[in-house]
Design a protein around this ligand. Structure first.
Ligand SMILES: NC(=O)c1ccc[n+]([C@@H]2O[C@H](COP(=O)([O-])OP(=O)(O)OC[C@H]3O[C@@H](n4cnc5c(N)ncnc54)[C@H](OP(=O)(O)O)[C@@H]3O)[C@@H](O)[C@H]2O)c1
Length: 188
């Protein structure tokens, strides 16, 4: 059975974007990017909220992104190779391959995807991820904490979910970013 992973880059006060929607302080440097490439390499499917999907499409539609370095080319290739499901009521069409739109988040359908595939899944976008957390579908949390306090904006984690976590690994990067890898402990 595959795992559902939530991966986010957030400020120390847990925002993925500040009140102006800005997240340039969360952009990974080469060291962090190389680490994220290796985390995402084995992933088979990305479940995206429409907003985060729109920030990611450039990895397929804008060749200048991959042209910047071999590391970014590697990431673009990893991203393009994965299947994507975009959750949206408004998006009329997608501009990337291997991508389908779902109009509603159906926890049972995601449970089936986890049961039927060997390769792990990633959920991206806090609004979408909140629904996966509430449905008890998320198995692991990979949180990159940027050395920033931004004071407000879009929270990475839902505020009405309680989770018991087991820390499996942690790492510090030269930029001051810290990686925290947790397994979600299921309590009955
Ligand atoms: N820190 C970083 O590294 C980083 C990276 C990328 C982006 N960001 C920022 O992160 C923020 C993402 O915020 P977010 O939480 O709003 O994004 P999100 O979860 O990616 O997208 C929310 C959208 O997903 C769709 N959706 C959610 N639940 C749905 C459901 N049950 N059924 C159908 N559609 C559903 C809706 O799209 P429709 O409105 O189309 O229906 C909703 O507006 C943005 O500010 C972005 O700029 C940060």
């Amino acid at each position: 059975m595959a795992k559902l992973i939530y991966l986010a880059i957030a400020s120390l006060d847990d925002y993925v974007a500040d009140e102006d929607g800005n997240f340039d302080w969360a952009v990974p440097d080469e060291e962090v990017h190389a680490f994220i490439n290796d985390l995402e390499r084995p992933v088979g499917t990305h479940l995206y909220g429409r907003r985060v999907y729109e920030t990611m499409v450039g990895w397929e539609t804008d060749p200048t992104l991959a042209d910047r370095s071999s590391l970014l080319r590697d990431f673009a290739e990893i991203w393009q190779a994965a299947d994507k499901v975009v959750y949206s009521k408004t998006l009329e069409a997608v501009s990337t391959a291997r991508t389908r739109i779902e109009r509603d988040f159906d926890p049972e359908a995601v449970r089936q995807m986890k049961a039927l595939t060997r390769r792990d899944l990633i959920v991206g976008g806090p609004e979408l991820a909140a629904q996966a957390f509430k449905a008890g579908l998320v198995d692991e949390l990979h949180l990159f904490v940027a050395p920033m306090v931004v004071g407000g904006g879009k929270r990475s984690l839902p505020n009405d979910v309680r989770l018991k976590l087991q820390l499996l690994d942690e790492r510090h990067f030269g930029s001051g970013m810290v990686y925290l890898y947790y397994r979600i402990r299921r309590t009955r």
